[in-house]
Design a protein around this ligand. Structure first.
Ligand code: NAP
Ligand code: ZN
Length: 367
């Protein structure tokens, strides 16, 4: 069996791991901090970055314009700002949105001639170094080579990938995730669960990605059950953060499947948060893959502590704050099925779903 494994991210973890970091000068003398409007400040991570950079004698600029599901145009603007400032490296602080934007900004900054469209297609020089500071426990962006951006011109999200987009250092301090409300805690945890579960059925799954998935799935499900029971304390945050990073390492090698390509439709067109969108489809995904790999599907149910696909759906959908009650007409579902079935992710899996099979799942959950 082929062990296809590569993940060059240095991971620092534990309380104050970022606050106590001093070794910035290895990356240069000028930095741009990339974050969203509130969470970097609210979590305390931005103050820790500003203090650490100042004490290390690094000049910095804060670019705090990153919206959830970041636009490629925002990353382009950030890239121009970083270049004009002369940034040597980028510190991304936030959930998947600021971290993905930080990677794209690092690529734009290193490639002055690159248009927004060319970012996804053209050969380019290596991106600036990125340091990633998590404030959510879900996407795994801190350990993946992907940056997922919203592109209105194609009515969808588009993914950029490259070994230069791996963060140089990922900082996992669970304390920064304490301010996440229940709905977003659940949404991001379910996203991480989808990463590990989808990765288990991809063609590129291998003994290392399987071992990581088998390790993090029970931890994610335990964290989800604790959160549902009202425990959002430090220990649960720690369990969710470490497990979501392991799930990120899984997809860094395997990629994701139709759960993600279909979820993007609900996020782009209906504003459904990323993890909530995935929650609609994960149980049907395991059920579908189980037709080709029944032992693997059985193993996933056991790791999640459920009997079957129905049990898995109950687990990921039982949080009322997630509001998984979207209903759509047949015409809309048909358009979503066309688009999602044509996505690259679909062919990553051990078993390819047809457009009509995908329509059936969409109608069952949203019709
Ligand atoms: P997010 O979009 O980064 O953040 C969602 C919301 O939560 C924002 O309003 C954010 O505020 C807020 N928030 C973040 N941390 C918080 C905290 N500690 N306390 C309170 N509020 C907080 O959410 P996400 O689910 O982490 O990221 C989703 C994005 O990641 C999507 O665009 C998805 O496509 C992408 N993704 C990437 C990968 C990858 O491998 N690169 C994998 C899966 C998903 P602010 O706006 O103020 O920051
Ligand atoms: Zn995801």
């Amino acid at each position: 069996m082929n062990i296809d494994f590569y993940n060059p991210v240095s991971i620092l973890s534990g309380k104050d791991c970022f606050k106590n970091f001093t070794n910035y000068r290895q990356f240069g003398e000028r930095c741009m901090i990339v974050c969203g409007k509130n969470s970097a400040r609210r979590s305390g991570a931005l103050a820790d970055a500003e203090k650490g950079l100042s004490e290390a004698g690094i000049a910095y600029l804060v670019f705090d314009k990153i919206e959830p599901n970041p636009l490629v145009s925002t990353a382009y603007e950030g890239g121009r700002a970083a270049r004009e400032y002369g940034a040597d490296f980028i510190v991304g602080i936030g959930g998947g949105s600021p971290l993905d934007a930080a990677k794209a900004i690092a690529a734009f900054a290193a490639n002055p001639g690159l248009s927004q469209d060319q970012l996804f297609t053209a050969q380019r020089k290596k991106a600036l170094p990125v340091l990633a500071v998590n404030t959510t426990a879900g996407t795994g962006s801190e350990v993946t080579p992907y940056s997922i951006l919203t592109v209105p011109e194609i009515g969808n999200k588009r993914s950029l990938s490259g070994n230069d987009l791996y963060a140089r250092i990922a900082f996992l301090d669970p304390a920064y995730t304490l301010s996440l409300p229940l709905s977003q805690t659940m949404s991001t945890a379910v996203d991480a669960l989808c990463h590990a579960v989808e990765g288990y059925f991809m063609k590129k799954a291998n003994p290392v990605s399987d071992a990581l998935a088998e390790k993090c799935i029970p931890a994610l499900c335990s964290g989800i059950r604790s959160a549902l029971a009202g425990d959002l304390g430090y220990t649960v945050r720690e369990e969710l953060l470490y497990a979501s990073t392991l799930a990120g390492i899984v997809i860094s090698r395997t990629g994701t499947g139709f759960v993600h390509s279909t979820g993007y439709m609900l996020t782009y067109h209906n504003g459904v948060p990323h993890g909530n969108a995935n929650a609609y489809f994960i149980a049907d995904f395991v059920d579908f893959m189980g037709k080709t790999a029944p032992e693997r599907a059985k193993r996933i149910y056991a790791l999640c502590g459920v009997e079957n696909a129905g049990g898995l759906y109950s687990l990921v959908s039982s949080c009322p704050e997630m509001k998984l009650n979207l209903k759509l007409d047949r015409e809309t579902l048909s358009v979503y099925a066309d688009k999602a079935a044509g996505a690259k992710n679909v062919s990553n899996a051990i078993s390819s779903i047809t457009r009509d099979e995908l329509y059936g799942i969409l109608e069952k959950r949203l019709g």
